[in-house]
Design a protein around this ligand. Structure first.
Ligand code: BG6
Length: 477
């Protein structure tokens, strides 16, 4: 039977997006180029290319136009309000505020855009939830400094954080520092080092070392931003953002269990540092073993200790499975196996609603902090009918099953959950593939993978379904 209990009062129902995946207008309002502007269209089997200059004649760059939210946002926020959103998660395009990233003065037109956007949300009682860095590092910082290879990035990021906290703290209470900071656990895939850290490894470079060093600088920057934000306004809630794909052992063989533990340590040491304020023991030993001569100062360690996060925001799409691979250390590129008990999406993501309840309990046991599910959803191909409907029962089922598990975690297991913002509440450009056809939205945007279409917005069946979920505070799923 259906579980008709409600979520706690003030539960933040909403949806999530990221600036570069929906705003478009990539050169308007004084915006500088970001790394996302150099990412070509890819597909499930063909990774997106990173070009060093824009080669419009050869490639299509989907983030340049995206869904043109920059010009459509009043209409879009109105639709989100109609669904009953309590909050809306987006990010700040860093290069709108600091076009090159290393200026000392911000770009007023960029700041004004987010003022207007946040005002539009607040007009409907929608609380903005804002990520400071979501895969959109200013290109200049990559070309001039090599991205997060360089310690000076901490200073540039803090400048962004300070400007944003000071300007918006009356409008925005909920913040996150770095989106999915742990994607780069898979440093073998060039895309992750680029999107997380703006790093393009050269041939023969030790990518693993590069990743740990960049992540260290990001964690210090994040901790200092938390401290700074609280100094500016003690009411701000500043969290981390982790991509949670719990890793299961394929069997109960002790070697599989131990290896899985190392796999989880390897993927989640980032949140250990964010939440605990210090490096886990195994990782310090790992650096020694690998002879990684890390640039970690005592001042850094002190900053990590004081700047722990207020909550843990995380995305949840899927779970992973591993088995002992005959070596001690887990490598995400090579050591994952298929889980025979779960089905995958069209893009090969292993759908596992129960894993969400597991994840919520795992985080709670480990950190005892409030949690926020800031992304979840199903990327699928939708069919727009002639009368402009989308019958996306597969999406409704996905969300229904995940919210059901979330409800058990909150009401039966006592997890302190702040809210739920499903990903891409309005269709947008896929981060992984650049496609429009990998859709997550409850609002359909008429646009194909190459940017053709009217850009009209249409309500999908999931729009009406989610509207009722929010109206009943999760009692009716
Ligand atoms: C997360 C990101 O990785 O998942 C988003 O934070 C991204 O930016 C989302 O869009 C879904 O992934 P994809 O590759 O299907 O767009």
């Amino acid at each position: 039977a259906e579980d008709i209990r409600e979520f706690p009062p003030n539960f933040l129902w909403g949806g999530a997006v990221a600036a570069h995946q929906l705003e478009g207008a990539y050169q308007e309002g004084g915006k500088g180029l970001s790394i996302a502007d150099l990412f070509t269209l890819g597909s499930k089997d063909q990774p997106r290319k990173i070009t060093s200059t824009i080669e419009d004649d050869k490639y299509y760059y989907p983030n340049h136009q995206a869904i043109d939210f920059y010009h459509h946002y009043p209409e879009d926020i109105k639709l989100l309000a109609e669904m009953g959103f309590k909050c809306f998660r987006t990010s700040i395009a860093w290069s709108r505020i600091f076009p090159n990233g290393d200026e000392t003065e911000p770009n007023e037109a960029g700041l004004k855009f987010y003022d207007d956007l946040f005002d539009e949300c607040l007009k409907y009682g929608i609380e903005p939830v804002v990520t400071l860095s979501h895969f959109e590092i200013p290109l200049h910082l990559v070309q001039e400094y090599g991205g997060w290879r360089d310690r000076r990035m901490i200073e540039f990021f803090l400048r962004l954080a300070e400007v944003c906290f000071k300007r918006y703290h009356h409008k925005v209470k909920y913040w996150m520092t770095f989106n999915e900071i742990n994607n780069q656990t898979n440093f073998e895939t060039a895309g992750h080092l680029y999107t997380n850290s703006g790093i393009i490894p050269t041939a023969g470079e030790n990518r693993e070392k590069l990743m740990y060093q960049a992540a260290h600088y990001e964690l210090v920057a994040s901790a200092q931003a938390v401290t700074l934000g609280h100094d500016i306004d003690p009411d701000l809630q500043i969290g981390s953002m982790i991509a949670m794909c719990p890793i299961y052992p394929l069997t109960s063989k002790p070697e599989d269990i131990l290896f899985t533990q190392r796999a989880m340590q390897t993927r989640y040491w980032f949140s250990d540092v964010h939440a605990n304020g210090f490096y886990p023991e195994w990782l310090l030993k790992f650096f020694e073993k690998k002879h990684f001569d890390m640039d970690i100062t005592t001042a850094d360690l002190a900053a990590l200790q004081v700047g722990t996060v207020d909550y843990i925001g995380f995305s949840y799409y899927m779970s992973f499975t591993t088995k002992y691979a005959g070596h001690e250390d887990f490598n995400e590129e090579y050591d994952l196996v298929e889980n025979p008990y779960v089905k995958a999406s069209e893009w090969g993501w292993q759908i596992d609603p129960v894993g969400l309840r597991y994840a919520l309990n795992w985080f709670t046991d480990r950190y005892h902090l409030p949690l926020f599910v800031v992304e979840n959803g199903l990327g699928a191909v939708d069919q727009l009918t002639e009368d402009h409907k989308v019958h996306d029962d597969y999406r409704i089922k996905y969300m229904h099953d995940h919210i059901t598990q979330m409800k058990k975690a909150v009401l039966d297991d006592g997890v302190d959950l702040m809210g739920y913002t499903p990903w891409g509440c309005i269709d947008l450009v896929s981060a992984g593939t650049g496609e429009m056809s990998k859709r997550y939205g409850m609002i359909y945007v008429d646009e194909d993978d190459h940017g053709n279409g009217s850009l009209n917005r249409y309500r999908k069946d999931s729009f009406y379904w989610f509207k009722n979920v929010i109206a009943t505070n999760g009692a009716e799923l």
